[in-house]
Write a protein that binds this ligand. Structure first.
Ligand SMILES: [Zn+2]
Ligand SMILES: [Zn+2]
Length: 325
């Protein structure tokens, strides 16, 4: 639970109850810290106390009477973004378009996944049995980061630049590479640049590598004003700026005239998590999309405060943290 800026505590709370007849309770076995959890920790989203966490893998321990596809004991992953599961929006597999409005675990309306137990509404929609050939860590990435990277890299061809080489950025690099793109990565931390095959010392250096034209696609996994500026400066005319980072609540001065004049497509996405699973699972199973090297640290959930401070350093060696209740 995050109770204030840079303040994390582990507290005993009542067990969650079934969220309706279509719900399930999952006993969390692995959970992870996401970059978006850090907005509560850093104080950008000052909503406290917040029972955080939206990435988990675990075991079903209770199901409602309307749940038929899952039984007690099934090992599952839980989509980070939840939909009602029964509207035309959810039928597309994209909970963002849910007619009832999407909900994210650990952001106020639903429980947090950094816990022993998680109540999951519309369980048939939100849960995926862990497929054979998919490791627990890969399954954890399928709840959010890999789906986000894949959505950001949709239709990646030719030269692609990824800005920000944390977990989501690395997932975007792997997703674009799996589609055959030539992918360059930039991060201000040199040690993070060393994690990709084609690091850039500066974003603008992609101009030299493309005879001044720029990249077909720039994926911004940071979404600060400075990275958005860099994305627009390094994308080629007719190219795509794909934003998957979390911007602050302040508006960004969008250079519309330049964008229209150069025919730039601006795309902004929250992952259509459920929609990505049928595409991503076979890529993981066949080895075409690697998921190794993204989780770098492991902590017991009881040491969540140490786990958060490790992530907050944004160092070269600590990319993503797994926690075990
Ligand atoms: Zn997340
Ligand atoms: Zn829905």
């Amino acid at each position: 639970m995050i109770t204030g800026p840079a303040t994390v505590s582990v507290e005993t709370v009542p067990d969650p109850v079934l969220p309706g007849p279509d719900g399930a309770i999952v006993q969390v076995e692995l959970t992870a810290i996401c970059g978006s959890d850090m907005h509560f920790y850093d104080g950008d989203l000052p909503f406290y106390p917040m029972a955080v966490g939206h990435e988990c893998v675990g075991r079903v321990v209770e199901v409602g009477p309307d749940v038929h596809s899952f039984s007690i004991g099934d090992r599952v992953l839980v989509a980070s973004v939840a939909g009602c599961g029964s509207c035309l929006g959810c039928d597309t597999g994209d909970p963002v378009t849910c007619f009832s409005g999407p909900k994210v675990f650990g952001a106020g309306e639903l429980g947090g996944a950094q816990a022993d137990l998680l109540a999951v509404p519309a369980a048939e929609f939100q849960l995926l049995r862990i497929p054979p050939g998919v490791s627990d860590e890969a399954a954890l990435l399928l709840t959010d980061n890999l789906a986000t990277g894949w959505a950001g890299a949709a239709d990646a061809t030719g030269t692609v630049v990824v800005l920000g080489l944390g977990a989501v950025g690395l997932c975007a690099v792997r997703a674009a590479e799996a589609q055959g793109a030539l992918v360059y990565g930039y991060d201000p931390v040199a040690g993070r640049r060393a994690r990709v095959a084609n690091p850039l010392d500066s974003v603008e250096s992609v101009l030299e590598l493309t005879e001044g034209r720029g990249a077909n696609m720039v994926i911004d996994a940071v979404a600060h004003d400075s990275s958005l500026d860099a994305a627009f400066a390094s994308v080629r005319s007719g190219g795509t700026v794909s934003v998957i980072g979390i911007h602050s609540l302040e508006p960004y001065p969008l250079p519309v005239l330049m964008g229209v004049y150069r025919s730039i497509t601006l795309r902004m996405k929250t992952a259509p998590v459920h929609q990505t699973w049928p595409q991503l699972v076979p890529l993981i199973q066949s080895g075409r999309l690697r998921t190794d090297g993204i989780f770098t640290h492991s902590f017991p959930l009881s040491e969540a405060a140490s786990a958060y401070s490790a992530v907050a350093e944004r160092s070269a060696d600590c990319i993503k943290v797994v926690m075990r209740p």
